[in-house]
Design a protein around this ligand. Structure first.
Ligand code: MF3
Ligand code: CO
Length: 244
């Protein structure tokens, strides 16, 4: 292609991510392992001309993050089979033609208990409410406020130690996007791309990092959900680039 705009390259990376995420989500069932998903993700992403952006990022050892149950984020795929009732978060990063997309989904293994279904639905809805507000001139604080209000009104708690972020030519770039009211008055502008990613815990939002230096787990052992989309700020509002 002679020339692709930044928006077009983000869309391309985003669509690749969405295709991969959908296939992986469809694979989640009892007996499947995180390593199965990791291998398939690498095949799909490289097969479509992309690169798994997490692999080697600050030394991260896999292509995707697989975070079951009390693991909030950055779970390293392993050979433990999923079991009925687990709640598994899948987080993917794709780089294509120098641009990045980042996206996550939480999937039930088999049938989720009603309270965990509510946890997932609340997290998804909190993300959608934040995305709906994205437009030029909007303050970053508004996004986190929307997320935190939705989460609290459902009796859950947001994780405060990790945030969403700007994205584009790098996986992580400024500005930081907290999932809570932060008082950050920074205003969004057209052309900025954001990875918005609420992490929501069933009980307390407190987390700890395991000795492997990656795995982030809830401090109280409760389950956690995580949804993420890459969103481009446009002149008229926004565009989710990680949609199918
Ligand atoms: N999606 C994750 C985030 O934005 C990135 C995972 S970091 C990696 O925090 F090291 F696992 F790649
Ligand atoms: Co991210």
């Amino acid at each position: 292609m002679a020339h692709q705009s930044k928006a077009e390259k983000l869309r391309t990376a985003g669509r690749l991510l969405a295709v991969c995420r959908q296939e992986l989500a469809g694979m989640v069932r009892p007996g499947v392992t995180g390593l199965d998903l990791d291998r398939r993700a690498e095949e799909i992403i490289t097969g479509l001309g992309g690169r798994p952006a997490f692999k080697g990022y600050r030394g991260y050892p896999a292509s995707i993050c697989v975070s079951p149950n009390r693991v909030v984020i950055h779970g390293i795929p392993n050979s433990t089979p999923f079991r009925e009732g687990d709640l598994v978060s899948l987080d993917l990063g794709v780089e294509k033609d120098g641009f990045y997309a980042d996206g996550a989904v939480t999937c039930p293994v088999g049938a989720a208990a009603p309270e965990y279904r509510r946890l997932m639905e609340t997290t998804r809805r909190a993300l959608e409410l934040a995305i709906a507000r994205v437009a030029p001139g909007v303050e970053i604080d508004e996004l986190g406020r929307a997320i935190e209000a939705e989460v609290r009104s459902n009796g859950f708690d947001v994780v405060r130690s990790f945030c969403g972020h700007g994205i584009g030519r790098q996986l992580h770039q400024p500005p930081e996007i907290p999932n809570f009211a932060s008082g950050n008055r920074f205003r969004l502008y057209a052309g900025l791309a954001l990875a918005i990613e609420p992490m929501v815990n069933y009980k307390s939002g407190s987390v700890i990092i395991l000795e492997d230096g990656w795995t982030v787990v809830t401090a109280d052992g409760g389950y956690s959900a995580h949804f993420e989309e890459t969103v481009l700020v446009t002149e008229t509002g926004h565009e989710v680039v990680t949609d199918l």
